[in-house]
Each structure stands twice: as structure tokens, then as C-alpha cells.
Design a protein around this ligand. Structure first.
Ligand SMILES: CC(C)(COP(=O)(O)OP(=O)(O)OC[C@H]1O[C@@H](n2cnc3c(N)ncnc32)[C@H](O)[C@@H]1OP(=O)(O)O)[C@@H](O)C(=O)NCCC(=O)NCCS
Length: 163
């Protein structure tokens, strides 16, 4: 499906978040009520896709994270140094406004997050996501994400594959 021309920018106070409405009410509420606090406290950054006259069509958040070496698939873990944890970037939230669903924007925002994480000056082994349910996990698996062994809803994609 074609992706209309969206611009991706870091969220600022100038953006109007009030009309954003995805299928997920918790993700809408977080975006309206909490995201700016998280940004101020430096526990997340947020990027928005803008359509037309600055209408917010989608958003995602990123934060530094880590995963236990023993939590990764054994074949991957054995190629990594024996530190207890492995640095990652977590995409905590991703949502697309209902008006813009099914136009490729979710996939484009995922690609934007992967590129941003892969080109950072701070090393991270993988982008991790916490899917809110099985349907969201299917979306990430569709894009090549691998479920962490012993979990259903945490998935990751090694950033070396992105570069
Ligand atoms: C999940 C969500 C982000 C998808 O956004 P979208 O813009 O509608 O998705 P896209 O149009 O970019 O879809 C890209 C591809 O993923 C596929 N896809 C979309 N949703 C899917 C799902 N639930 N399971 C499997 N594949 C899915 C599409 O078929 C498409 O495939 P193609 O590239 O082979 O044609 C959006 O529906 C949403 O905001 N949902 C509510 C919040 C949510 O579930 N967030 C997920 C993180 S918790």
C-alpha cells in the first residue's frame, strides 16, 4: 500500500495533540496527557508523523533500555560479550490515527524508529517493542521482529540488520 507524504518530527509544544485518535484509548490518553511529562523527565522522546497542515497522523516513543543476555535466543547470545545485560532501544508506544490506518504509516514509523536507533552515536544492539496484545505482536512479526524466548509480547530486531 502506498504511504502518502508524511513528515516526521520530534514532538514539541507547538504540535496539537488534542485531536489524535487511534484504535487504542490507552495510547491516545498517554499521548494527550502524559507524553510531555515523560519528555521533560528524559524518560522518553516522542516523534510524530504530520500530514497536510500539521495534523498528527501517528506517533512513537523511544527510550534507552536493556535486555538480559540470558533472555536472548541462545544462538544470538553466544555471539555477544559475556556482560549480564545488552544495551537496546525501546519503542514504548506506537500508534496511528484511525483516519490514516492502512496507508503504510505504521510501517513507515517503525522504519523511522529503526533508522534513528541504528544511526545513534550511542550503541544499541536491538530495537525492542512491547506489543500491547497478540494483534500488535503480529504487526511487529510481520516486519521481521523476533519474540524474546519465554515472552509473548516483547519482541526485538537486531540493529545490525538495519544498517
Ligand atoms: C498497529 C498500527 C500501528 C498499524 O498501523 P498502520 O498504519 O495501519 O499499518 P500499515 O498500513 O503501516 O501496515 C503495514 C503492514 O503491516 C501489516 N499489518 C498491519 N496491522 C497488522 C497486524 N495487526 N498484524 C499483522 N500485520 C499487520 C499490513 O497488512 C501491512 O502489510 P504490507 O506492508 O505487507 O502491505 C495501527 O493499527 C495502530 O495504531 N493500532 C492501535 C495501536 C497499536 O496496536 N499499536 C501497536 C503497538 S502496541
Amino acid at each position: 500500500m502506498s504511504c502518502p507524504p508524511f513528515r516526521v518530527e520530534q514532538l514539541t509544544k507547538a504540535h496539537d495533540r488534542s485531536a489524535f485518535s487511534s484504535d487504542s484509548e490507552p495510547l491516545n490518553r498517554y499521548f494527550r496527557e502524559q507524553v510531555t511529562q515523560d519528555i521533560r523527565r528524559r524518560v522518553a522522546t516522542c516523534f510524530v508523523a504530520l500530514a497536510g497542515r500539521n495534523r498528527i497522523a501517528g506517533y512513537y516513543t523511544l527510550a534507552a533500555a536493556s535486555v538480559l543476555l540470558t533472555g536472548l535466543p541462545a544462538a544470538m547470545a553466544k555471539k555477544l560479550p559475556r556482560y549480564p545485560t545488552v544495551p537496546t532501544v525501546r519503542m514504548g508506544r506506537l500508534a496511528v490515527d484511525q483516519t490514516f490506518k492502512g496507508q503504510g504509516l505504521g510501517g513507515a514509523l517503525l522504519a523511522d524508529a529503526l533508522t534513528r536507533a541504528a544511526r545513534s552515536d550511542i550503541a544499541a544492539y536491538a530495537l525492542m517493542v512491547d506489543a500491547k496484545d497478540r494483534n500488535a505482536a503480529n504487526f511487529y512479526q510481520h516486519h521481521g521482529f523476533i519474540p524474546l524466548p519465554d515472552t509473548h509480547l516483547t519482541l526485538f530486531l537486531p540493529l545490525a540488520t538495519v544498517r
